[in-house]
Design a protein around this ligand. Structure first.
Ligand SMILES: Cc1cc2nc3c(=O)[nH]c(=O)nc-3n(C[C@H](O)[C@H](O)[C@H](O)COP(=O)(O)O)c2cc1C
Length: 242
């Protein structure tokens, strides 16, 4: 009964509210972090936070290794490029902390010092295996205000910044699943272009009908102001699929 209701109204899940955070951790001398919206406080005495982290993320590996994570609460001033850096790129390919100001907190995790209103440093007490994601539950060992500003909500990110969410996020929208299947590289087919920022593949056979691009439109013929429907970057961030 519940399952069939869910299938009839999957969008009901989109009514849940979230904030937007950079969750950071470390592994020995290496620092990393990722954008997360799936963070919540689960108890007050003592204060504990839960963070749902995709098992494929480098941040997952770092938290599992060090047993510590820090939640950086983004402010509404956070530029979309900061969210793209931490939310669409992996620390496996890029040293994210070479590009942002930070300091090291009490647990050794980095604290982002720009566009962050507060941070909470947690030590993992319990983990919950949830298939694609692990929920890390950590006790807060330190918490403080970093800067002025209004905390960014996930709704603000989606509605005001027109931000997208990659499939690795627990709240990835089912409506984007069609796009996800396009990500499989079919190297035998020519004319496809991949977004270097988020991995979206533009397939001329499919076009981008949701944004007024008819099937059969080559990448070269896309309007110059066309942007990646997944992460919003321009055409110059795309490369031919080889
Ligand atoms: C708006 C937004 C929300 C996200 N929420 C989560 C989340 O709650 N949990 C998660 O595991 N990944 C989430 N992600 C995806 C990660 O940030 C992304 O997979 C990141 O590239 C992982 O980086 P890493 O491999 O360096 O750890 C989100 C991304 C965006 C843009």
């Amino acid at each position: 009964m519940t399952d069939s209701n869910l299938l009839k109204n999957p969008e009901s899940l989109f009514t849940l509210g979230y904030g937007l955070y950079i969750v950071t951790s470390r592994k020995d001398d290496r620092l990393n972090g990722q954008i997360s919206n799936a963070i919540m406080q689960v108890t007050d005495t003592p204060p504990r936070l839960a963070a749902a982290v995709n098992k494929d993320a480098l941040t997952h590996e770092f938290i599992t290794h060090s047993g510590v994570f820090t939640v950086n609460v983004l402010s509404e001033s956070a530029p979309i490029n900061l969210i793209r850096l931490f939310g669409f790129q992996s620390g496996t390919d890029k040293d994210k902390f070479s590009q942002v100001p930070f300091e090291i907190g009490l647990t050794g995790c980095p604290i982002v010092t720009d566009h962050v209103v507060a941070c909470m440093e947690a030590r993992v007490e319990t983990t919950l295996d949830c298939g694609t994601h692990t929920v890390f539950i950590g006790q807060v060992e330190a918490a403080r205000i970093i800067g002025a500003g209004k905390p960014m909500t996930y709704a603000y990110y989606r509605e005001v910044l027109q931000g997208k969410t990659p499939p690795t996020a627990p709240t990835y929208r089912a409506s984007a699943a069609v796009t996800s299947s396009k990500k499989i590289k079919e190297t035998s087919e020519m004319g496809k272009y991949v977004c270097d920022v988020c991995g979206y593949i533009y397939d001329p056979a499919v076009g981008d009908p949701e944004n007024g691009v008819e099937p059969g439109t080559t990448f070269e013929d896309l309007p110059n102001d066309w942007v990646c429907p997944e992460c919003g970057v321009g055409k110059d961030e795309f490369s031919p699929v080889e």
